[in-house]
Ligand binder design. Structure first.
Ligand SMILES: *[C@@H]1O[C@H](CO)[C@@H](O)[C@H](O)[C@H]1NC(C)=O
Ligand SMILES: *[C@@H]1O[C@H](CO)[C@@H](O)[C@H](O)[C@H]1NC(C)=O
Ligand SMILES: *[C@@H]1O[C@H](CO)[C@@H](O)[C@H](O)[C@H]1NC(C)=O
Length: 351
């Protein structure tokens, strides 16, 4: 039996998910558990208590037993990641999929509400990509055998790197590389299963930071008052929706017209890249994002589609991430105080 690498990929994400147009007592923000253990400022229970204090209703986590223990009875929806390192084994060894279920799902399933199993993060394209869909199928079979196949979405997360481009959305396709390295089979699987959600990592920040001369800041931050991109009959006031529609067009072209989307990661850093990364800009983006998700009623291409699951990256700054560009996305400081106003303690009043 392969050993599990708990700490190699460690996320807890800020998840925002509301029924269409309604405002609950809590804001469902998922929080990324710091991925590098020395950087964890608090015990899992303290972090889960932070979720409760701020009415955070959903969480994206790695398979860490202490975190799962802390989630018992919490009424927080849980998206659980299968680390990239485990995807090949899960694909090639059905017993490992069963083992994984008995380690991380079965002991908790009666008092932890699992909503997503994310099989690999940005594993496609890449050398592990072809193992993603067989791993998803094995896990789906295990869940089906235990009566959980329709209540838990088996998915994987991809970035916009799998698209050739995103503007105009109607011209977007998946890259040949991504399709050949596993995405074609993932789409085939998702088109077939009932719980058909593809998770996508959507960062208007990176698009803007890479090309500030051509991408408008207000388009990236949900503050434009008029259409910035007119794509035939579809008008876009924000890059977030344009990116989702680029995925929808690409899915259609890959025979995945029934596949829905959820946002596995989005966010804006407070520092690290000059005047493009300030607390003010991060606050504007994430506050507008939450409003957008609260009021979400589909995209221009797919209007009236109901709620959207979206996770904000991240709970804390992750100062030991070797990728410097991912260090400053935290919405809370390590003393558990907000980095800027986003969610209110003891009930959300912002929306
Ligand atoms: C889209 O924008 C164009 C140009 O601004 C405008 O003429 C058109 O009425 C808009 N369409 C919709 C559906 O809002
Ligand atoms: C979509 O389906 C058609 C018809 O079965 C097939 O020829 C085509 O290769 C498929 N496209 C992709 C990207 O899988
Ligand atoms: C950052 O500074 C440059 C140079 O002064 C300026 O052109 C740009 O608009 C600034 N960007 C933001 C987001 O403030």
């Amino acid at each position: 039996m392969a050993s599990l690498s708990f700490f190699q990929i460690v996320w807890i994400m800020v998840l925002v998910n509301f029924p269409t147009g309604t405002i609950g007592d809590k804001v469902n923000i998922g929080v990324s558990y710091p991925r590098f253990p020395p950087d964890v400022p608090s015990l899992p229970q303290e972090i889960i208590d932070l979720y409760k204090k701020y009415g955070i209703g959903k969480i994206r986590i790695p398979p860490i037993p202490d975190v799962l223990e802390a989630l018992r009875g919490s009424d927080i929806d849980v998206a659980l990641g299968i680390p990239n390192e485990d995807v090949e084994t899960m694909a090639t060894n059905f017993d490992f999929a069963t083992f994984w279920y008995t380690q991380f799902i079965e002991p908790y399933v009666h008092d932890v509400k699992f909503t997503f199993m994310i099989v690999g993060n940005e594993a496609i394209p890449g050398e592990r990509g072809s193992f993603v869909s067989p791993a998803m199928r094995n896990l789906q079979t295990v869940l089906d055998n235990n009566g959980l196949g329709s209540s838990i979405h088996v998915t994987t997360a991809v970035s916009t790197n799998v698209l050739d481009f995103t503007i105009p959305p109607s011209a977007a396709e998946f890259t040949i590389e991504a399709l050949n390295e596993g995405l074609d089979k993932v789409v085939e699987f998702l088109q077939y299963v009932a719980s058909n959600v593809l998770m996508v990592n959507v960062y208007p920040y990176y698009d803007y930071a890479a090309d500030p001369a051509n991408i408008r800041l207000d388009f990236a931050q949900f503050t434009a008052n008029e259409a910035v991109i007119v794509d035939d009959t579809l008008n876009y006031t924000n890059l977030f929706d344009a990116t989702l529609d680029a995925f929808f067009w690409a899915l259609e072209r890959a025979n995945g017209s029934d596949v829905r989307l959820a946002v596995a990661e989005t966010g804006w850093p407070t520092a690290g890249n000059g005047n493009v990364t300030t607390t003010a800009l991060a606050s504007t983006y994430n506050n507008n994002l939450v409003k957008h998700v609260v009021n979400y009623n589909g995209t221009p291409k797919k209007p009236g589609q109901g709620g959207l699951d979206a996770f904000i990256f991240s709970l804390f700054d992750e100062n030991t991430d070797p990728d410097m560009g991912r260090r400053n996305f935290g919405i809370f400081n390590s003393n558990l105080e907000p980095a800027y106003p986003l969610f209110s303690a003891n009930g959300n009043k912002h929306f």
